[in-house]
Write a protein that binds this ligand. Structure first.
Ligand code: APR
Ligand code: PHB
Length: 389
């Protein structure tokens, strides 16, 4: 086969990139290791920055999001029993946040790909990326046991944290920045009406988060030990622990029910530089991972795709390679801003094993400062809503 851009990975980044390129008449093929059903069973993020909303709308995949998504003025923080503030992005930046699940976005992207006859080859094995430091890169893979080859101009590495693209960049070129947090998030999905607001809780028993997917689908998380075992967390114990971490009036409003999904995820900060090497360009989790405390993971994947698709369109339509040459530096500027915001909120809202009374007073004073200072809250809001592209 021959194509202009071979895209490794059919998650949000790979599917969105392929759709935007196809709409600009740029040939591309998506190679996905898993089945479509497997990809669509993933439960991941749920809050979109306004920039992400606009990218999805511009790509023609925003209709269902606009119908079923839920706008919020911001995200709340509760602490010390009854203290509460709102990261009020609407008030301080004029932009709301959009609650709309990544699973729904992936469904919408697959539907849009199908409607345009986009080429998404799933259940491929042994993808190999070759000659990216030359002018004639190619990708190999196996499908139903048959060895295949795609000659291309560029390879987009959208294969996530455990993919092969990042690993194709030579060890003496790539620089890794990594921080692992000493806890995880235990997440639950239940077919129950969620709270009206999305709220983070800083509590002596640990962090908690109340979120949502739709009027009858709630998403909740509690900070847990890194070695926590799902077997030790029956639904009743989860609900009791979650309620214990919210103020009573809020906890009393939480509608419990059987979990339809329950999982534990470790928290890490990870950035790989550069995001480009020769004809290979990384986008999304293949290049960076942020702790979910700022809901930045999916939004960073979308902003990478915004930059990379714009650069490839400028190249193929206008013969202008400048944006592509600058892609890594441009994307990384925004990646580091989101990595810092996610680290800041994770440090502010969680209990760390080595924290002493002084550290806890630092958290408390920072939260009180955010609650009383409009300039402090404006500063946080402009980062939380998403830095301009
Ligand atoms: N060959 C082909 N496909 C691969 C390979 C491979 N060697 N390795 C991984 N993949 C596929 C995975 O099966 C997955 O579907 O690449 C896709 C990567 O998708 P994501 O991990 O969802 O990453 P991305 O598209 O960047 O989206 C980032 O997803 O994980 C969340 O929190 C993250 O919300 C963020 C978003
Ligand atoms: C979610 O709804 O899954 C969610 C919301 C806000 C976050 C992280 C996750 O910061």
């Amino acid at each position: 086969m021959r194509t202009q851009v071979a895209i490794i990975g059919g998650g949000p980044a790979g599917l969105l990139l392929s759709h935007i390129l196809h709409r600009s008449d740029i040939d591309c093929v998506v190679l996905e290791r898993r089945s479509r059903e497997y990809v669509l069973r993933r439960i991941r993020a749920g809050v979109l920055e306004w920039g992400s909303v606009e990218v999805l709308r511009a790509a023609g995949v925003g209709d269902r999001m606009d119908r079923e998504g839920h706008l919020h003025d911001g995200t709340g923080i509760v602490w010390s029993g009854s203290r509460h503030c709102l990261i009020d992005t609407k008030k301080f930046t004029g932009k709301p946040m959009m609650a709309y699940g990544q699973t729904a976005i992936t469904e919408d992207l697959y539907a849009a790909r199908d409607a345009m006859g986009g080429v998404v080859i799933d259940e491929v094995d042994d993808v190999g990326i070759h000659d990216i430091d030359g002018d004639t890169p190619f990708v190999t893979f196996r499908k139903n046991g048959d060895e295949q080859r795609i000659d291309c101009d560029y390879v987009a590495g959208c294969d996530g944290f455990r993919g092969i693209s990042r690993r194709t960049i030579p060890q003496d070129i790539i620089r890794i920045y990594e921080k692992e947090y000493p806890f995880g998030w235990l997440g639950i999905m239940s077919e129950t009406p969620p709270l009206d607001e999305i709220v983070y809780a800083n509590h002596p028993r640990g962090f908690a988060l109340a979120s949502q997917r739709n009027p009858m689908l709630s998403r909740y998380y509690i900070q847990c030990e890194l070695d926590a075992d799902l077997k030790d967390w029956p639904d009743d114990r989860f609900w009791d622990e979650l309620k214990a971490r919210f103020p009573t009036e809020m906890a009393d409003r939480i509608v419990t029910g059987p979990s339809i999904e329950k999982s534990i995820a470790p928290l890490r900060s990870f950035v790989a530089e550069p995001m480009s090497y020769g004809r290979l360009h990384l986008a999304g989790d293949s290049a960076h991972i942020v702790p979910p405390t700022g809901a930045k993971g999916l939004n960073l994947a979308i902003s990478d795709v915004h930059y990379l698709s714009s650069a490839l369109i400028a190249l193929y339509r206008d013969g202008d390679a400048k944006l592509l040459e600058q892609y890594s530096a441009t994307a990384l500027k925004r990646v580091w801003g989101a990595a810092r915001l996610s680290w800041y909120l994770t440090t502010l809202l969680h209990r760390f094993p080595d924290q002493g009374p002084f550290d806890l007073r630092m958290q408390e004073d920072e939260l009180e400062y955010l609650a009383r200072s409009e300039s402090a809250m404006r500063n946080l809001c402009e980062q939380y809503v998403g830095l301009p592209f």
